[in-house]
Design a protein around this ligand. Structure first.
Ligand code: NAD
Length: 317
């Protein structure tokens, strides 16, 4: 029988735990953790994701500022904003909500975030830290997949076969990094799985063969219906990361679809996540955890960007 993992319940549990930790942190006399999110104002999905994150931050007691970018912001303008946030002693985490405007170079912008504040782990230095097993910040979606797998009791993933569909730098690739790794990265342990990565150039026959042998199948392609039940091994753990907005042909209303044929795959998988209500909410929970982690890091380590000097402080006020 398949267990459908309810991401909303996981999300609530994570938020309650983070809230407790934030309360304790503030009671010890520390400043309330602070997240600043940069978002491209034109994109309604980005704006709604950022609002969901702000609401979660409010619940756990994290201060959250939103910087709404306009089409007039070029890369240098955004980098200047990020550099100020890097140096600000009152900001713990910086989130660049993707996508930005088409004229912005996302990696160039993400790379401007100092690794000690890169709470969504999108910069090259965070990716390097992830590859080298250093305990900084992994992208929140990969942490959400890791958290969901880690919460499954009684399954030993070591040596099992994992297939990740999708290789993007901020979603598919970091998920594969956490699944195959042998090392512990702070509070995150690698799963030691034999991990295959498939992408848009993987021939469909090979994709099916890989998936059929997967004990853990993670799909992050953004292609609704890509994972059919005949591709899934009986008893597999199937995590659906994909979210695609589609129009309901009957009602004309907007729906969110995952990559997995949920109804059919449910008949074969042992564990399965849904879309919506699966990995998405857990990702937001992981962001909150990361902001608190960043706040603690700033209070205890010198590995942070140089604070604003006096002149910059007075410019700011
Ligand atoms: P992307 O477009 O950057 O990458 C998609 C990846 O899928 C690419 O590597 C591509 O090669 C691969 N791919 C595309 N079609 C394929 C096919 N037919 N067969 C095999 N591989 C194929 O997208 P992304 O930013 O990595 O996001 C992937 C999906 O995850 C999207 O649906 C996105 O909305 C969703 N997402 C979910 C969360 C969450 O928290 N749940 C967070 C980020 C992204």
């Amino acid at each position: 029988k398949c267990t459908v993992i309810d991401g909303k319940i996981v999300f609530e549990n994570v938020l309650n735990a983070v809230k407790k930790d934030v309360d304790a942190w503030v009671e010890q006399g520390n400043r309330r953790p602070c997240l600043t999110a940069l978002t491209a104002g034109y994109d309604p999905s980005s704006m709604s994701y950022v609002k969901i994150k702000k609401k979660a931050a409010k619940f756990v007691g994290i201060h959250c500022d939103i910087v709404e970018l306009t089409s007039g912001h070029n890369d240098d303008d955004i980098i200047r904003i990020i550099q100020r946030l890097n140096k600000s002693e009152s900001v713990d985490g910086i989130l660049v909500q993707l996508p930005l405007y088409p004229h912005n170079k996302e990696l160039v912008v993400c790379d401007a975030v100092h690794h000690s504040k890169d709470v969504d782990g999108t910069s090259s230095s965070s990716m390097g830290n992830l590859c080298n097993n250093k305990d900084f910040f992994a992208p929140c979606t990969s942490l959400a997949v890791h958290y969901i797998l880690d919460s499954i009791r009684g399954v030993d993933f070591c040596g099992k076969h994992a297939v990740v569909i999708g290789r993007s730098k901020h979603v598919g690739l970091p998920i594969a990094m956490l699944l195959h790794s042998s090392e512990r990265k702070g509070d995150i342990r690698g799963f030691n799985m034999t991990t295959s990565i498939a992408h848009r150039h993987t021939p469909s026959k090979l994709l099916s063969e890989l998936c059929e042998s997967a004990d853990v199948l993670v799909s992050a392609a953004g292609v609704p219906g890509l994972v059919k039940s005949d591709m899934v091994k009986a008893g597999a753990v199937v995590i659906d990361v994909g979210i695609t907005k589609v129009e309901d042909p009957k009602t004309g209303k907007c729906l969110f679809k995952g990559d997995v044929d949920f109804a059919e795959v449910k008949k074969k998988a042992m564990y399965l996540t849904s879309v919506p209500g699966g990995v998405g909410p857990v990702t937001v929970g992981m962001l909150m955890k990361n902001v608190l982690k960043a706040a603690k890091l700033h209070a205890t380590t010198r590995d942070v960007a140089t604070p604003l000097d006096d002149q910059e402080q007075s410019d700011k006020s």
